[in-house]
Design a protein around this ligand. Sequence first.
Ligand code: ITT
Length: 200
Amino acid sequence: MTTLLLATTNAGKLREIRDVLAGLDLEVRALSDIPAVAEPEETGRTFEENARAKALYYAGASGLLTVAEDSGLEIDALDGAPGVYSARFGGERAPAYAEKFALLYRMLAERGAPESPARFACALALARPGGVLFEARGTIEGRITSPPRGTGGFGYDPIFFYPPFGCTLAEVPADRKSSVSHRGQAFRQLRTFLERERRR
Ligand code: ITT
């Protein structure tokens, strides 16, 4: 059976990706299942560039078919920030999300746009050593809300209000988030691609 490496160090992402890919005729492995590999630097200016670089890096290091993704929150009133810097927003010492939220709220207050439209974006890349095989993207549109609400999901979910649900993405069960999320959209495209490949 083909092995697929899910190359992410983010436990929240890993849970969501496993759920979308569940039941495929593949042996799915996480980074914790293979010998330790140093994390690559993320130097790309787009989600796509970073996703490709991560997938190629981990595929090369492991020799396995590998999927990686790069994602983040783009806030309109902040000209798309934090964007590709979402994980590092607030400094490299990676402050807790409560601190990131407080900082974002201050920046949005300064711009007079506390409820700015925003979106999550996710770009994924599937690679084998030396080559990218498939790419996909997903986005979800919402707005920033204060105070943070909900305990589900991860990252910025408690401040991301999704109008069709009337609540934040941290206030819905994981499968409901996934049914509409940027990551859910991108990984369902991957699932379809992998199922098609299996039949060929
Ligand atoms: P890997 O690179 O190892 O996959 P990472 O967390 O460093 O893990 P990214 O560089 O892609 O990954 O950063 C994505 C960040 O964007 C993530 O850490 C969150 O802060 C935010 N983010 C992405 N998707 C999200 C989601 O569904 N809900 C909330 N926040 C999300």
